[in-house]
Design a protein around this ligand. Structure first.
Ligand SMILES: [Zn+2]
Length: 333
């Protein structure tokens, strides 16, 4: 009997009234409008650095402001730095966008759960015929739209811990914005209990076949962050899966990797790893399944709230040798 009690589920994803209210506010229409702005031709593919990238950052900051997040950057919602290309030919100011929803429990509010996505993409082709713009609707307009939607929604649930919303520049150039953040965190990394990164959550036309009402989490066996997300998936009836081939390799291929390198139990939620138009000019807003995306954002939201309200914090999985380097940085044996 005692053993059963000790092994009782640690992650309580129950849909309380306030949590339900928060999730109910997430909807396909808003998600579509965010993606449509971010992936519009006038943003020219949001290359790093570019005017289109700046327009995207301004848009996200404006939404964070409407959500009444606290600005935690050095310039309002912006964490600014300078990007210089490897050969030095391109340079420019670049910005992560950072906002905080303050936790409701004074004893826990100094701890944060991060939710992240990259808002940059590949920009445009220098020359050629026809469509030259890499719109990046799914990669990663979708994840960015998810972060914006969650910024609007989660306050309704009054989470105990704080939630830190960050969108990164420069992912497509090598996780640059997230790496910069890991080196210049606005909240102590030791107080950053988890990061849930949203990447490619709009397209369901996976090359392996349609993927509806299911998500993959990268590094599925790496930390308890995933256990909390799985608990949320169970409550909402959305499958949280370990992709048999991609779970571990793709752990290194988005911004969660930079946060993990900084010690934070960080994972990427993704619907389709590989889809037609990946890194092509036809990754446009009309190809996304916004109803399915709504489910994915709700699942992410409930996972974040589950961690934010839990008595304990997620740890790296000691049983998995691949987590050793992250445990070392974290100071977890
Ligand atoms: Zn991406």
């Amino acid at each position: 009997m005692l053993a059963a009690l000790v092994l009782a589920p640690l992650w309580d994803a129950t849909l309380t009234h306030d949590r339900q209210k928060a999730l109910d506010s997430i909807n396909a229409k808003d998600l579509k409008s965010y993606v449509s702005y971010l992936a519009d031709d006038k943003l020219e593919g949001r290359g790093t650095p570019s005017k289109g990238l700046d327009m995207a950052a301004d848009f996200i900051a404006e939404e964070f402001k409407k959500s009444k997040l606290e600005p935690l950057g050095d310039d309002g919602y912006f964490q600014t730095t300078t990007y210089t290309s490897r050969n030095g030919s391109v340079t420019g100011k670049v910005r992560n966008v950072v906002g905080l929803l303050k936790g409701s429990d004074p004893a826990l509010a100094d701890q944060v759960v991060m939710v992240t996505a990259h808002y940059d993409h590949l920009g445009k082709k220098a020359s050629g015929e026809g469509d030259l713009i890499y719109n990046g609707a799914n990669d990663d307009g979708s994840g960015t739209a998810g972060v914006v939607a969650l910024a609007h929604a989660l306050g309704r649930a009054k989470p105990k811990r704080s939630v830190l919303f960050v969108t990164f520049w420069g992912e497509e150039r090598g996780l640059l914005g997230s790496t910069y953040y890991g080196q210049h965190p606005v909240v102590l990394l030791a107080k950053t209990v988890a990061d849930i990164n949203l990447e490619q959550i709009g397209r369901t036309d996976d090359l392996e076949g349609p993927r509806v009402n299911a998500v993959s989490i990268t590094g599925y066996d790496f930390s308890e962050t995933v256990t909390a997300l799985a608990a949320a998936g169970k409550v909402l009836g959305t499958e949280v899966q370990r992709h048999p081939q991609y779970s571990d390799p793709f752990f290194m291929r988005s911004d969660n990797a930079a946060m993990a390198a900084a010690g934070v139990p960080a994972h990427t939620i993704c619907v389709a790893f590989e889809y037609p138009d990946y890194h092509g000019v036809a990754d446009t807003p009309d190809k996304l399944d916004y109803d399915n995306m709504t489910k994915v954002v709700k699942l992410s939201g409930l996972g974040i709230l589950t961690i934010a309200d839990a008595p304990q914090v997620p740890h790296w999985n000691k049983e998995n040798a691949k987590t050793e380097r992250y445990r070392k940085v974290r100071g977890e044996g």
